[in-house]
Every structure is written in C-alpha cells, then in structure tokens.
Design a protein. Structure first.
Length: 285
C-alpha cells in the first residue's frame, strides 16, 4: 500500500472520529442548556412538575382548606401508630386543630381549627371510639409563605379524663391563658394568677416588652354583649398589671368575644375553656 493511500485512510478515519465526537457532544450540551419544562397546572390549579413544592409534613394543610392531606412518602398506618402508641385503656386523645385568623371559616364548624381536628379524627378511622376524642382549636400567627405552601396545623396529646378541666392559668408555647367564671370580668380566685402576674410585671418592667391581651367568651348571651365582656376581661388584667407597676402604654387590649372558641360550647368544660384572656409577650425589635 502506497504512502499517499495510507495517509488518505488515516485522514478519513480521523475526520470520521471528529464528526462523531463533535455531534455527540453538541447534542449533550444542547440538552443540558435547554430551559426546564414549564410548570403546568391541573384542573385543581396545582403545579404538576418535579419542580413543584413537595410538602415536608406527613400530614399537612393548605390555606383556607380544612382538608388534611397526607404525604405519599409516609405510610398512613405508620402515622396512626405514632399517634396511638401512647393509647391506654381509658385516656383521651385531645386533638388541637390550628388556623390563621385570616383564613375564614369552614362550613358546619365554628372555625377551621375544629374542622381540621375533625379531619385528623377521620384519618384515625375506627382506631378509637368517638367518646375518646376531645377537640380544641387554636389560632396561629401568620408567617411568610403559608398562603402558598403546605403547613402543619394540628397537635395532639393523651390526657386522663380528670385532666380535662384546665387550670385557671395555663402557659402554652406562644401565649398564656387566664380563665374566667361565667359572665364575669373578674378573674377566678387562684393564687397562681397573682403569682404569675407578679412575676410578669417584674419581667416586663426590666425588659420593656410589650403585652397584648385578648378577651374571649363562650357563646352564652348575644354577640354584642360578649364582645364587650371580652374587652372587660382584657381590661381587668391590664389594670392588674398597671397596679403592679407596668406602664399602660406597654399593654394593648382587644376583644374577640365569642368568635374564636377553643373548645365546644356544648359542654360546661368547653364553655369554661372559652371564657379566657390570652396574653402574649412581644419582644422589643
């Protein structure tokens, strides 16, 4: 084979190799540079794409929607087992449904909190009879993104039947609850109330923290009366704090009347839960 022919073969092989590599790499680069597929929406208006938001809660809720959604990455049976693992012979499962004040109401319920608690009860099916459930509702402070993204909106605890009567003063994670007798703007006599308010007064006098007091009532009486009664309850606690040396301009009072029950008004215990003032501390910015 002559040298020119060998040279021609070598050049042809090199050229073929170059073309194969060039077009193969070009296709890969083009695929990598393509725009991601646009989010499409199904009939329910939900984003249908791998890039859609995936909830990070086994059970979650959506804005203004009472329905409880479950994440497919978690087994419903496993979720039930987690909730029921402390089940005893007689204890009661107290489910607290939570909601944001601006979400609105759910048909057939006083608020979305009770509707969401009922959804959790439905998920548990026949694992417990109805008489071993107790429901509560609680407002949450709105935070960025909750109107667009899934969020967690319930909690639960196992209680003994005799524990269903709450104390006059109860400290929660984000608020303090003080309960009142029927139709009264005066706090129930309880040394814990005075003890708590004494400590609180000393604290805010040093820190300058603000206090918000919101009065609530049960549904006995008309709406206008209950709005005034709730205000009177909040004002009563404010006056006690001022008498202990807290500046009046550190305290804000308001009333929700009967509009935000935390328990059923169909029982004496539930109505007692609803006759309350909720106190929150606001740290200085």
């Amino acid at each position: 084979m002559s040298f020119p022919f060998k040279l021609f073969i070598a050049v042809a092989v090199w050229l073929l190799y170059f073309l194969l590599v060039y077009y193969g790499c070009r296709d890969e680069l083009c695929d990598a540079c393509k725009e991601p597929p646009a989010l499409t929406e199904d009939a329910g208006g939900q984003a249908d794409s791998l890039q859609a938001v995936i909830p990070s809660y086994p059970i979650y809720f959506k804005w203004s929607d009472p329905k409880a959604y479950t994440d497919a990455r978690y087994s419903l049976d496993s979720m039930k087992q987690v909730i029921l693992r402390e089940k005893g012979d007689k204890n009661i499962l107290m489910v607290t449904g939570k909601y944001f004040e601006e979400e609105g109401k759910a048909e057939g319920f006083d608020n979305l909190g009770f509707a969401r608690a009922a959804q959790i009860r439905a998920l548990l099916g026949n694992a417990l009879p109805d008489e071993r459930f107790e429901f509560r509702a609680q407002t949450m402070d709105e935070r960025e993104g909750v109107r667009q993204n899934p969020f967690e909106a319930f909690s639960y605890e196992w209680i003994q039947p005799e524990e269903t009567v709450s104390e006059t003063v109860e400290e929660l994670d984000d608020r303090i609850i003080m309960r009142f007798p029927y139709g009264s703007a005066e706090k129930e006599y309880d040394a814990k109330v005075e003890e708590y308010l004494d400590k609180l007064a000393e604290r805010v006098k040093k820190t300058g923290e603000k206090i918000t007091l919101t009065g609530h009532t049960d549904d006995a009486g008309d709406e206008a009366f209950n709005l005034k009664l709730g205000q009177a309850r909040a004002v009563g606690i404010r006056n006690l704090l001022v008498s202990k040396g807290v500046q009046a301009d550190q305290i804000t009072v308001s009333s929700k009347g009967e509009s935000q029950p935390v328990a059923s008004n169909k029982t004496d215990a539930g109505r007692r839960e609803n006759r309350r003032v909720e106190l929150r501390l606001i740290k200085n910015q």
